[in-house]
Design a protein around this ligand. Structure first.
Ligand code: TEU
Length: 630
């Protein structure tokens, strides 16, 4: 394959689109402004030169934007297409993962905060559901400014969660049951209370000084114009040391400098230490953000306005990202059985492939987020999610990811409201929507990741006031909106639409809660008292039993794990696809809307395995059906 020509101002839009990063950027911009990326296929659009975009966009894009784009693509070398790669089998492709949010899963000592002993006591429930691997959100020692994503000591367990002995017991408990443990690895930043940071701040000559981005200066002028994901500037002034410190997230989450070789070596040591404790893999928090453009130049204002995050182009896919990931893989997760899942906000399919390709030696899977919102929408918009977007998105991704790349499949996590509520908040549709989403997750190609409570069809919490919320992102956003004069009821409505606390409420084990004997740290039960484990267990019509059935089926069906995906033609409101491997074949038919829909019957001889409605004739609203064809 010839090396593609470098992208310059004279390049054409179609050349930009042929570059992996360029393509993702175009797709993502199209997504943000609510347009189909297919406009690039129009020969007139494809022939446009990048340098002409400012004039043609009527001022929405400026010259600085084009320069930023060109600079970005130059910093990320393209790679020749590796050609077809064989399908590699692996435990983590066959496994069902389940994310536990430690604060809210099970409290064992009545302090209202979930803990490791509590999780241990629920392993049989998870095993019974068919879960193979548990992903634990951070349990490390932390001041909990961002619920543990601000780590004070990477080798210690937060006292409220238990001890290292409890963690060892959890690992043993999982392994005895044939299950595995994936830990959250948060190394884009550490807490400002981490010993490295305290030493770096206290002593300009400390070897830890270059573990972070600390810049001397004046209290009124931050070193650049970057914005934090959690509102406000990405810089905090430390008057005691006369320095600014970079924090892309909260002001207590200081970004680590991956340019420091010693810092990287310390991270590798720490990861190896966890590996030796028996951990089977890692979910790498915001791992695509670790490499920053040297010199930390100002972000382009147009990109800032389009994305809401000024500076993004200088770190979302930085110049040394792939080098750092390869080092981490080679030195810390050299065992192919140790799974590495990257959490990668703001990247698209092509950049994802650069990290997970079997030829890359980097990660095994990434979490992308574009399917979680409809085009033109953000998490803080209150709207009904249109499932036709999900169909388009997954159809595209499944076709684009050949055998050499593997996808993660997920809807709920600790950073997003419940997908069921976003699709249709009306309680009469809850069960059908939850079953439809589960059907997609367990029958498409990719590894399913359940989030606690999703298996029950849990819905958003009905918070009634701002003071019920605990999440730093929500509270900062509320303060920012209030400061710009937004009326209080509007502030609350906006924050409520997207608050991460919706999914952080305690797990509902029975009608009275069952999470704690004390007062829960965050009020709520994930919806109504009737959505709980006890009321669904053994009820064949329940969302929980639907999950159990699908998971069991997937376990025994290589076609559902490794098979090719063949999308059938249908009206836009219906999604039909087959999964096939050798002689084994399945057909999935889904009604994506809230009205009945007609669809062709399955081929003669098909055996109906599961239906969330009647299984014959027209599809009921959101009905999901699954047939075995051969
Ligand atoms: O999340 C990163 C991330 O980009 C988001 O999902 C984030 O919650 C939000 O959208 C920013 O606007 C990871 C963790 O999952 C999250 O809980 C942490 O707060 C964050 O990183 C920082 O560690």
């Amino acid at each position: 394959m010839p090396e593609p020509a470098p992208i310059t101002r004279r390049s054409r839009v179609r050349e930009l689109y042929a570059h992996p990063l360029g393509r993702d950027i175009v797709d993502s911009l199209a997504h943000q402004v609510g347009r189909s990326p297919r406009w690039v296929d129009n020969p007139l659009v494809g022939a446009l030169r990048l340098g002409a975009l400012p004039r043609l966009s009527g001022g929405r894009l400026d010259d600085a934007f084009v320069d930023a784009l060109v600079g970005l693509l130059a910093a990320v070398p393209d790679r020749p297409n590796p050609g077809p790669m064989p399908l590699r089998e692996a435990w983590f492709k066959e496994a069902v993962f389940y994310q536990v949010y430690p604060c809210s899963f099970q409290d064992s000592d009545g302090d209202g905060i979930g803990d490791l002993r509590g999780i241990l006591s629920r392993l049989d429930y998870l095993k019974g559901l068919g879960v193979d691997a548990l992903w634990l959100s951070p349990i490390y020692d932390s001041p909990m400014d961002d619920m543990g994503y601000d780590i004070r000591d990477y080798r210690k367990v937060l006292a409220e969660f238990g001890t290292l002995d409890d963690l060892d017991a959890l690992i043993a408990g999982l392994h005895e049951r044939g299950m595995r443990l994936v830990m959250d690895l948060v190394v884009n930043h550490s807490s400002d209370e981490h010993a490295w940071f305290r030493e770096a701040l206290a002593d300009p000559d400390s070897p830890y000084r270059d573990y972070y981005f600390l810049r001397e200066g004046e209290p009124d002028t931050p070193p650049n114009n970057w914005r934090s994901f959690f509102s406000g500037p990405a810089w905090r002034w430390f008057p005691e040391a006369g320095v600014w410190g970079l924090h892309l997230f909260s002001s207590k989450q200081m970004d680590l400098n991956w340019g420091s070789e010693r810092m990287r070596a310390d991270v590798v040591d720490m990861v190896r230490w966890w590996r030796e404790r028996g951990v089977d893999g890692f979910r790498l928090d915001v791992i695509n953000l670790i490499s920053k453009t040297p010199g930390l130049p100002d972000g382009n204002e147009t990109i800032g306005a389009l994305t809401g995050f000024t500076g993004l182009e200088h770190y979302f896919h930085g110049p040394r990202l792939h080098e750092h990931l390869r080092q981490l893989r080679a030195e810390a997760f050299d065992d192919p059985d140790c799974v590495a899942i990257g959490e990668t906000p703001a990247i698209g399919a092509q950049m994802g492939k650069l990290m997970v390709g079997d030829d890359r030696g980097e990660l095994d899977m990434v979490f992308n987020f574009e399917h979680l919102e409809n085009p033109g929408r953000t998490r803080f918009d209150a709207y009904r999610y249109d499932l036709r977007h999900l169909k388009r998105y997954y159809t595209r991704w499944q076709a684009d990811y050949g055998d050499g790349y593997w996808m993660s499949l997920f809807f709920d996590n600790h950073d997003n409201p419940r997908m069921v509520s976003k699709v249709d908040p009306r309680s009469e549709h809850r069960v059908a929507v939850a079953k439809l989403l589960a059907t997609v997750m367990f029958t498409l190609r990719g590894t399913p990741f359940l989030y606690q409570g999703q298996e029950l069809g849990a819905v958003d919490q009905r918070f009634v006031a701002l003071d019920e919320l605990r999440d730093v992102e929500s509270l900062n956003l509320a303060a920012e909106l209030a400061a710009t004069g937004t009326p209080p009821d509007e502030v609350f409505a906006r924050v409520l639409a997207g608050t991460r606390d919706h999914t952080r409420v305690p797990m509902a084990w029975d009608a009275s809660g069952g999470f704690t004997t004390g007062v829960p740290w965050l009020a709520g039960d994930g919806g109504h008292a009737e959505i709980n484990v006890a009321s669904q267990e053994g009820d064949a019509a329940s969302v929980l039993e639907w999950h159990r059935a699908l998971i069991a089926l997937r376990r025994d069906s290589p076609a559902l794990v490794y098979g090719e995906t063949l999308v059938e033609r249908s009206g836009s409101r219906v999604w039909r696809y087959r999964r096939r491997r050798g002689a084994e074949e399945y057909l999935v038919v889904l009604n994506l809307g809230d009205r009945p829909a007609r669809t062709a019957p399955p081929p003669a001889g098909a055996e109906l395995l599961l239906a969330s409605g009647s299984g014959t004739g027209s599809l009921a609203p959101y009905e999901a059906r699954l047939w075995r064809l051969g």
